[in-house]
Design a protein around this ligand. Sequence first.
Ligand code: PMT
Length: 315
Amino acid sequence: MSSISELGEDEFNSFFESSPPLKNKEEIVHKLNSFIELNSSSRGRRIVCVTSGGTTVPLEQRCVRYIDNFSSGNRGAASTENFVKAGYAVVFLYRSGTCQPYCRSLPDDPFLECFQFPDNTNIQVNTSHAEAVKMAVMDQQAAVAEARLLKLPFTTIYEYLQMLRLIATALKDVGPCSMFYLAAAVSDFYVPWNSMTEHKIESGSGPLDIRLAQVPKMLSILRTTWAPKAFCISFKLETDSKILIEKAAKALRKYKVHAVVANELSTRKEEVVVVSSSGNVVVRRDSDKPESIVEDNLIRLIVDRHSTYIKESHS
Ligand code: PMT
């Protein structure tokens, strides 16, 4: 495996040194350490970090405008539910406001239509949504009560990458029993904090020219330094299906992750291709079952691969 100096350590250091510090870093570290202690040391559970939703790139330090990356958070939320079902503890690193585990069956528009007030002291769920609300509340509460779910929100690329580093560092001792499942849509370009204007960019002086710097590819440093023993699944999103598999195979070789889940934007809910050194596997949702989602079959495959990886690491 290539060393981090070959991959441009300076790039990573300068990104973090120039990032605005995380506001609640101590609290996040405390939550993470307690969660890992409860699951790994005491219960011997596998732990997966699922990233979900898109990162934003602020254009102003007191941010009014930003560039966003597309992701509803559906993939991450559905995958989290399936990992919990498979016995994992999940650190769910998600973009604020995106889809949450156990909430997929709830109407989001408008959510308040689920409820009614028959009188001033009671709140009731409308019959049409009663089952969905009951399941969402019960499943979420059970996952949290059994210490299987820790939710950590981010918004900007700065927050996401600093939090991912904290999680990777905290999970280091879990070794092969830890996994990174990187479904978040991560910005490739950003405005460095030091060169960003503090106040709202003024309009009225013609077109806006902004120079975006490249965000260092964190997959390299994650694999080589932060969590080299963890099982690592990255994603490849393209809109042109002709280049998708080739790009995923290239990422597999370059970052030496254990598999790349390749998906095309318009068909991502129907099928994905898991690209790995043992070949490409097409994973589809069961179209004959209306409730079926592609993540049911995808997580089954990933969990199997993780089991093999753990066995091989111990032998
Ligand atoms: O949320 P949904 O609406 O359900 O959609 C799910 C999804 C399409 C967003 C998801 O399945 C997906 O493909 N996520 C990855 C999107 C993405 O960032 O793809 P990419 O090809 O730009 O990046 C590839 C990989 O590089 C990613 O695993 C990313 O974590 C990583 N990366 C990206 C930028 C960066 N600076 N460093 C990185 O390591």
